[in-house]
Write a protein that binds this ligand. Structure first.
Ligand code: DC
Length: 231
């Protein structure tokens, strides 16, 4: 069967990763989490002491980019890919609040975006991918056959992220997360390079009041519509 490229963009904690992963599994596509790559670069910066407080030493990060190698490895237990940073599994570390609080300025740097976007384009070259991020439908794959832009209210997103992090045993408060969600929305959508923006031909979904099953069914329906049209 013909394979297509599926771009799932949207706000942080909008549930887009869960939807993208589920769809990829259902239709046998490769799932690529571009946010995990920005998170891995951020973790590297934290590990190497490139931040002093909230301020990043951009020049040192620029020099260090050649030493940062990010890859994915399927995890049979979760059925989803784990993120590796220089061969080390950092899946848990990149999801914590420390990385979440530092990632937006890293993701706004042109040299970081340039490098990661090149890698992401290569990863999706063969089609048959579901890629989730902020700029997939606008910058990485402007020709993707199916583009979806997902959002939900900041409060709903903060609640979902709280449940997710608490489920992983992390100690965080709702207020802290809500503040982080709003701050990231602002930085992600106002940065100069690859800002978070709905592609003109993307289908918008506000899933604030939808169950996981409803979201899953909705996305599968969009895929089936495209496939019927493409065949
Ligand atoms: O989806 P996420 O929360 O894991 O993304 C982490 C950060 O990376 C988020 O602040 C936005 C940024 N990001 C980006 O700028 N471009 C992407 N394609 C994916 C994520």
């Amino acid at each position: 069967m013909k394979k297509i490229t599926i771009a799932i963009d949207g706000h942080s904690s909008s549930g887009k990763s869960t939807m993208a992963k589920d769809l990829a599994k259902t239709i046998g596509y490769t799932y690529i989490d571009t946010g995990a790559m920005y998170r891995a670069v951020t973790l590297y910066g934290l590990q190497q002491g490139l931040f002093s407080g909230d301020t990043l030493d951009e020049e040192r990060l620029r020099e260090e980019m050649k030493n940062i190698h990010i890859s994915f490895r399927p995890n049979p237990e979760t059925g989803r890919p784990d993120t590796l940073l220089n061969g080390v599994d950092v899946e848990k570390d990149i999801r914590g609040m420390e990385v979440s609080n530092h990632v937006s300025p890293v993701a706004a740097l042109d040299f970081v975006r340039y490098e990661l976007v090149e890698q992401q384009k290569k990863m999706g070259r063969g089609k048959g991918v579901v890629m989730d991020g902020r700029d997939v439908g606008t910058v990485i794959f402007p020709d993707a056959e199916l583009k979806v832009f997902i959002t939900a209210s900041p409060e709903v997103r903060a609640r979902r992220r709280l449940d997710e992090l608490q489920g992983k045993g992390l100690d965080v408060s709702y207020e802290e997360i809500l503040e982080n969600v709003k701050k990231r929305d602002f930085i992600d959508s106002t940065r100069e390079v690859g800002p978070l923006k709905q592609a003109e031909d993307a289908i918008l979904l506000d899933n604030s009041n939808m169950s996981l099953e409803e979201q899953k069914a909705w996305l599968l329906e969009q895929y089936e519509k495209i496939m019927n049209y493409e065949l």
